[in-house]
Design a protein around this ligand. Structure first.
Ligand code: UD1
Length: 416
């Protein structure tokens, strides 16, 4: 078990470069199955979720090499279209391989995790999109078999803008005959990165970033290279760490325009923010103010993944802060752990009411999930004395050297 030690009370100072985006790179790795030869991904973060996706590719018969921040994938001759349960369960979002397998082989066999740390993980929208594209689907227990002799373009109206289902539909539609139109598509920036990659592969696709995406056709090109954009949630994490610990930091290699709701919330809390084209500067006050109500919504709303981090920043705030979680119902396990620092949090269904306290004290806490774990580290930076975060392996799923970056900013954070 991974254990982190954090001694709080040191304001953060300095500058760090933000890692490449986990949520952008994972669908691109899966979509690389459509490339008849090599894909080269620059600025690829070193994460255990990336390792899991690469292991799936290797199992399927692709070659892949991740050196420094470059991931090279050769999908010239994948030999199988099934993913064993053990590999599927290593990564929450491994269902993103469904569309690519169907597109490449006309067949996909995989299993789905019944639930995860954040609550139930239905994949009905993914399956519905594949059905509309002409796939036949058999479900037996947690096993799924998906087949299609020839995918055909279709109109795919999503009742909810699911990120993963939009990505699966975009990828599978590349291999379909005729036009596909996705309505109520997710608008997250990661959808635009996937569109960029699919275009490099020869897809005629437009509309990413808006609710309507059109995919007209596909003529595979042999090679593709892409630079993975910066991770907006990692950037939010470091900003919230500064708001917890105090101090003044600069993030480079980031994209402020993708972080507007988080920056607005931090500004309303009294943080001094300055943005350049790819930099964000934050100066945190001694004690932050309340952001009022923080309501998570699909992009461009406040991101659910950043809510635990902002909650950490509110624990010592002046006045009450209200969080309303609209995306994942099981997302408050970190709040229960935060009470161990002396935080005052009232939980009622999708709502969490944080009454700021003047002082937090170090505590032994358990990381419940990826962002919840990072939020506990952030809270510990603002607590007096030593904290121990156990089960911190979750953090490595999504952060490339969180501990190293925090140390570079002057924090006392060590991995056992
Ligand atoms: C992606 C992100 C995750 C982020 C989330 C919401 C990746 C790898 N992960 O996850 O970090 O928190 O978007 O921004 O990009 N749903 C259904 N049926 C489905 C699919 C989803 O009911 O078939 C529900 C989910 O249970 C959840 C909501 O829709 O309540 C949002 O899920 P979705 O947008 O699909 O999130 P992910 O793609 O899994």
């Amino acid at each position: 078990m991974s254990i982190w030690h954090v001694t709080g009370g040191r304001p953060l100072r300095g500058s760090i470069k933000v890692q490449g985006s986990k949520n952008a790179v994972l669908p691109v790795i899966a979509a690389s199955l459509l490339c008849p030869n090599e894909t080269e991904l620059l600025n690829c973060p070193a994460l255990s979720d990336v390792d899991a996706a690469v292991d799936i590719l290797r199992y399927l018969g692709c070659a892949a090499e991740h050196r420094s921040d470059v991931l090279r994938i050769d999908a010239a001759a994948p030999g199988r279209c099934d993913i064993p349960r053990e590999l599927m369960h290593r990564m929450r979002s491994s269902v993103i391989f469904l569309g690519p397998l169907l597109a490449r082989f006309g067949e996909a066999r995989l299993s789905v995790p019944g639930g995860c740390e954040l609550g139930p993980r239905p994949i009905d929208l993914h399956l519905q999109a594949m059905r509309l594209l002409g796939a036949e689907i058999r479900e037996e227990g947690d096993a799924i078999e998906c087949r299609s002799a020839a995918l055909r373009g279709a109109e795919i109206p999503f009742p909810f803008p699911s990120v993963g289902a939009t990505e699966n539909a975009m990828i599978a539609a590349c291999a379909a005959q005729g036009s596909t139109v996705i309505y109520n598509a997710a608008r997250e920036p990661e959808i635009e990165t996937l569109q960029e990659y699919l275009r490099l592969l020869g897809a005629e696709i437009s509309g990413a970033g808006s609710p309507v995406i059109r995919i007209e056709g596909f003529s595979p090109r042999p090679r593709a290279g892409l630079r993975v954009p910066s991770d907006r949630i990692a950037a939010a994490t470091y900003l919230c760490c500064a708001a917890c610990a105090g101090g003044e930091i600069v993030l480079t290699g980031t994209e402020p325009k993708k972080l507007v709701p988080v920056l607005n919330a931090l500004e309303s809390m009294g943080c001094a923010l300055g943005t350049g084209f790819d930099t964000i500067h934050i100066g945190a006050p001694e004690r932050v103010a309340s952001p009022g109500a923080v309501v998570t919504r699909p992009y461009p709303g406040f991101p659910t993944d950043a809510a635990p981090l902002l909650m950490a920043a509110c624990l010592k705030g002046r006045g009450p802060a209200m969080f309303i979680e609209n995306i994942f119902i099981g997302r408050y396990r970190h709040a229960e752990e935060m009470r161990r620092f002396g935080a005052d949090i009232l939980l009622r269904g999708p709502m969490a009411l944080v009454n700021g306290v003047p002082v937090l004290h170090g505590a032994a806490v358990t990381s419940p999930d990826l962002r919840g774990g990072a939020a506990l580290v952030a809270a510990a930076l603002g607590a007096e004395g030593e904290s121990v975060v156990s089960d911190a392996g979750h953090i490595l799923r999504g952060y490339d050297g969180l501990d190293v970056c925090l140390r570079a900013l002057g924090a006392d954070v060590w991995r056992e």
